[in-house]
Design a protein around this ligand. Structure first.
Ligand code: NDP
Ligand code: ZN
Length: 365
């Protein structure tokens, strides 16, 4: 038990992915810039499901998922400057980078060759990293974020992965007043959901851009408009793109599948040199891109991975200032609660994110 060991709810094999069991583990050795966080809430991400079901080929069992973590700093290393014991802090989907290479120094630590995921990764000393369905997490201060006072814990947790994945490419691609932005993927008819698209709408609006939701069906139109979208495009309608051709500056695609996905009508929406940024990571190989399809408007296609520390802090500040509210359902943490939440995310039965809560009822110290 803490401070020597932490406890959590671990999945032991892919065939039992929805039956996490209580599990005690030893964290990595405490470093000078490390912080121990006593966890109070954690979001349930689509990546948790990809990992525990073995869909991403996870080999490091047992695994405690969770990378949208909020808690209280209970121990800080002697060289920590940004956090004090007692502070409310968050930890997202990245737990390590070298912080010394050119990429890290440019504020691109999410692209560092040595970057490690919050759970399921092996630290240089051999320790397996474990996530936030647990009593505590030990994290380097660079990946531990003070949470502004204005934000409610359950609503802020999902911002640490899903929110940042939407926020970073929006700001990096100049989204702001006077820009017209499309957000592809509002809520899946498919399994595995996390709702990055819903953060796309919330943050694009908060940044001041005209924001359109783009979805395969109008099932979520009322929700998208309630989130603040200025308009809604339904891609199964013939000629859906025509009235908006060459009017969008940026399109952020969170599409997690590529069944029947035809890129050309989306690209036709872009103004000259507009950008199509795909953060969704379809498992298939349905994407076909030819230079000819980029010629009509000279558009660019790219992607984006999570976001930097600086962007995380900016996003949280913006969310606090603008009173941005994630759409969240809470679930008390337990073996059963974690199993049910994973199952419901797998079955796309969540609006739009789960946050695990009530940690004090399961973990006594
Ligand atoms: P969701 O399932 O909540 O959303 C995915 C959306 O994709 C759905 O809302 C659906 O929108 C759309 N979609 C699915 N299949 C298709 C298709 N064949 N054609 C067009 N649109 C489609 O998932 P999340 O928001 O949790 O995650 C989205 C993706 O982002 C995942 O692939 C995930 O792995 C990835 N991801 C990437 C990260 C990064 O750093 N780049 C970080 C975290 C996750 P609709 O039904 O409205 O059309
Ligand atoms: Zn995630």
């Amino acid at each position: 038990m803490y401070p020597d060991t932490f406890e959590g709810f671990a999945v032991h094999s892919a065939d039992k992915w929805n039956q996490p069991k209580r599990f005690e583990f030893k964290p990595k050795p405490f470093g000078d810039r490390d912080i121990d966080v006593k966890i109070v809430a954690c979001g349930v991400c689509g990546s948790d499901v990809h990992t525990v079901t073995g869909g991403w080929g996870n080999k490091n069992w047992p695994i405690i998922p969770g990378h949208e973590i909020i808690g209280e700093a209970v121990r800080v290393g002697p060289k920590v400057t940004s956090v004090k014991v007692g502070d409310r802090v968050g930890v997202g989907a990245q737990i390590y980078a070298c912080l010394d290479c050119d990429t890290c120094k440019e504020g691109n630590e999410t692209y560092c060759k040595q970057q490690l995921d919050t759970y399921g990764a092996i630290y240089p000393d051999g320790t397996l990293s474990q996530g936030g369905y647990s009593s505590h997490i030990r994290a380097h201060e660079h990946f531990t974020f003070p949470i502004p006072d204005g934000l409610q814990t359950e609503l802020a947790a999902p911002m640490l992965c899903a929110g940042l994945t939407a926020y970073s490419p929006l700001v990096r691609n100049g989204v702001g007043p006077g820009k017209k932005v499309g957000i592809v993927g509002i809520k899946g008819l498919i399994i595995r959901s996390g709702g990055i698209g819903h953060f796309g709408i919330l943050f694009s609006k908060a940044l001041g851009a005209e924001t359109w939701a783009i979805s395969r069906s109008d099932r979520k139109k009322a929700d998208a408009l309630a989130m603040g979208a200025d308009g809604f495009l339904e891609t199964r309608v013939d000629g859906w793109n025509k009235p908006h051709e060459m009017t969008f500056d940026v399109i952020l695609s969170t599409a997690s599948g590529d069944d029947g996905f035809d890129l050309s009508p989306y690209l036709s929406l872009l103004r000259v040199h507009g950008k199509f940024v795909a953060v969704g990571l379809p498992e298939g190989d349905g994407w076909k891109v030819k230079p000819q399809s980029l010629l009509g408007n000279g558009c660019f296609i790219g992607s984006s991975h999570l976001g930097s520390r600086e962007e995380t802090l900016d996003m949280l500040k913006l969310a606090a200032e603008k009173g941005i509210k994630s759409w969240v359902e809470t679930v008390p943490i337990s073996e059963e609660g974690c199993g049910k939440a994973l199952e419901r995310v797998h079955n796309n039965d969540v609006k739009y994110r789960f946050t695990l809560t009530d940690y004090d009822k399961q973990f006594k110290n």
